[in-house]
Structure formats: C-alpha cells, structure tokens
Design a binder for this molecule. Structure first.
Ligand SMILES: Cc1cc2nc3c(=O)[nH]c(=O)nc-3n(C[C@H](O)[C@H](O)[C@H](O)COP(=O)(O)O)c2cc1C
Length: 342
C-alpha cells in the first residue's frame, strides 16, 4: 500500500471509534485536586499564558502531529491550523517523510504556514527514518527542508517501535536512533522534541534522551489512541498480535516519571478534557497535547468544533487554577495541590 493511502486509512480508523485502549486509562483518575477554600485570587486574575519555542501561547495546548501527505490532509491541516491560530496555541503536523522524499513542496504541509504566521508549527519525522537518513548522510538536508516547508519552530522525532512492529508495512529498525537524535540536537537548527505516539516515554528513556541533549519530551502516553489497535485492525492475522493492543505506559505515570529529567515536558495521550490537562500540569508538565480528540472535533464540526473544544478545555483549566489558588501555570506545578486517590 502507498504511504498516501496508508495515511488516509490511519485517519479513517482514528475516526472509527474503535481504536481506544481496551482496559488501560490515561491514569489521571488516580489523582484529585485538593480544594482550596481560601484561594486569595480572582477568577479574572488566572493567567494561562506560556511561552513555547519563543512564542507566547494563550494557553498551554498543542494539537499534536497527525497528518499530511495525501490529498484530503490539506483540508484537515488547514482547519486545525485555523483553530490553533484563533486559540493562540501550537500545532504539529504529521510525519513528513513522503513529502521530503519528493522534490516539490507538498501543499498539505505548506498550508499550515499559509494559514497562520504566528502559530508555532512543529515539523515531524519518524525515528527509524532519522536513523536511516543519518547513516546515509542525508539527515541534515531532509530536516532543513522539513523546517522550511512548514516554517517550523521545532522538530518532533516520533519514537514508535510498537507501531512499526505491528504495521503491516512497518520498519521495526531502531538501531542507531539515539545517535541520529544526538546528531539532530548538535545541528542546532530548531529545538528537538522527542515524542511517542501513544505508548509513552518512561523516566529511563527520558534520561537517555537528556544525556544526548534533548530538552523537550512529549510523553504521548497510553490511555487515548492505541496505535497498536490501529495497526492490528489493518492486519489480516489480528489474533496473533491482539495481546499487544494495550501495550504502553499511562500518560499520568509518564509525566510523573519524566518530570525534572528534561526542562520541558509535554503531556499527551488520552487527554480528554481540561481537568486531565490541569492534572498533567500539576504533575509537572509544561504543556498539554492532544491529537485524536481534535481530529474528532474537526470531523464533527469543522474548525469551529476544534475552537470550541480548545476553549472549553481552557475554561476548565482556568476553573481548576482558581479553585486551587493558582494564578500562573508555574503555581500549578506544586506538589501540594494534587493528591493521589487511595
Ligand atoms: C490520525 C493520526 C495520525 C497520527 N500521525 C502521527 C504522525 O505522523 N507523527 C506523530 O508523531 N504522531 C502521529 N500521531 C500520534 C499523535 O500525535 C499522538 O501522539 C497520539 O495520537 C496520542 O494522542 P491522543 O490520545 O490525544 O490521540 C497520529 C495520531 C492520529 C490520531
């Protein structure tokens, strides 16, 4: 199957309602805020602004990378970019491999910069691909093109060994990935974000990434979209791999393990609402990402649907900040306002 039809199939399956985790949750239900009856702030004082890659965001949200590289992806990326522009948040695009391997610019990716000059865009490539390009000596030129095509402020490298293992056309070749990431950090083109795609990054992996100079990790933990599930549904031998459907580290656990290891943690993977987002920030994350819920909102109600969802999450975050007496996002990252529910 061509990369283009595979990407279309991924979006269709993501919207099918069948690709959530079966038993595992994002883990945030194990935490609750300690209610503060004396917050000593006004709701109007609550300030959700933050700075990401040199750009001020109105609230600490990112629509994380999903698509590009097949005809209908232009419509989706345009709509998501419009919503991010309206809400003043950041946006990632999907894997750019197909676009980078041909010479013309691909409108499904360039559209995001056409829509908005101010949304910080995150370009995206796969880790196994980065390792291959690094071995071949072409990594820097591909990455420079990815950044210029999208006007990106950062580059995400996605770690997806579970997905590559299960994808019928997968390439489960991860030897040399850390070297390639180290090389990307040394190039100093834009900040490098290392992300998973829904199975999570552990504290141990975060330490190995920090050792080569990575400063931003998007944990993309378990509890939301199961990429194992998406690929299992694309196979005709599902019964032999079905036991891998729920593999992954719940997002709350990833955030707890990774906090303090690198300067910036993005919490994502199964974030369902502003309450999950507030808890992720209180556990130590600096920003919160979401993919499939945003795609679903777009499929249901277009750009307005995405804007409404982001605004609702921002409102819920503000409510929790008021109820815990936190004026700024930094105040949220305090160990005393969230407790583990026995
Ligand atoms: C349709 C779809 C396509 C995706 N494609 C990519 C991709 O190309 N690169 C990437 O890094 N992550 C990709 N992801 C993963 C998301 O960025 C995110 O890490 C993951 O879906 C977990 O977040 P969620 O539970 O909010 O969906 C994709 C997700 C979806 C739903």
């Amino acid at each position: 199957m061509s990369i283009q039809s595979r990407k279309q199939e991924h979006v269709n399956l993501a919207l099918s309602g069948k690709v959530t985790f079966r038993e595992k949750t994002n883990g945030f239900e194990h935490y609750e805020f300690v209610y503060n009856a004396l917050p000593e702030i006004d709701l109007a004082d609550v300030d959700t602004r933050t700075v990401f890659c040199g750009v001020e965001l109105r609230s600490p949200f990112i629509v994380t990378g999903m698509t590009g590289g097949y005809p209908d992806a232009e419509r989706i990326n345009r709509g998501l970019a419009e919503a991010c522009d309206t809400c003043g948040i950041a946006m990632g695009v999907g894997s750019m491999r197909a676009a980078l391997e041909k010479s013309e610019s691909d409108p499904t990716f360039t559209v995001v910069r056409e829509v908005s000059q101010r949304v910080p865009i995150i370009a995206n490539i796969g880790a196994a691909q980065a390792a291959l390009w690094h071995r071949e000596g072409s990594l820097q030129s591909f990455v420079e093109r990815a950044i210029s095509m999208t006007g990106a402020r950062a580059l995400a490298i996605h770690l997806n060994p579970l997905q590559e293992l299960l994808q019928p056309e997968g390439e489960p070749r991860f030897r040399g990935v850390l070297d390639a990431i180290a090389a990307l950090v040394r190039m100093e083109l834009v900040p490098i974000i290392v992300k998973e795609v829904g199975a999570g990054i552990s504290g141990d992996v975060a330490r190995r990434l920090a050792d080569v100079g990575v400063t931003i990790i998007d944990v993309a933990g378990a509890g939301g979209t199961s990429w194992a599930g998406i690929e299992i549904l694309r196979r005709n031998d599902a019964s032999s791999v079905d036991h891998l459907w729920d593999v992954g580290i719940p997002t709350a656990e990833c955030v707890r393990q990774c906090t303090g290891i690198v300067p910036t943690i993005i919490a994502s993977g199964g974030i369902n609402n502003g309450t999950d987002a507030a808890k992720a920030l209180a556990l130590g994350a600096h920003l919160v990402g979401s993919a499939r819920p945003m795609l679903e909102a777009f499929a249901a109600n277009g750009t307005d649907g995405v804007v409404a969802q982001i605004q609702l999450w921002e409102l819920q975050l503000r409510q929790w900040m008021f109820l815990t007496g936190c004026q700024h996002l930094n105040d949220l990252r305090s160990s005393t306002i969230l407790r583990r529910v026995p």
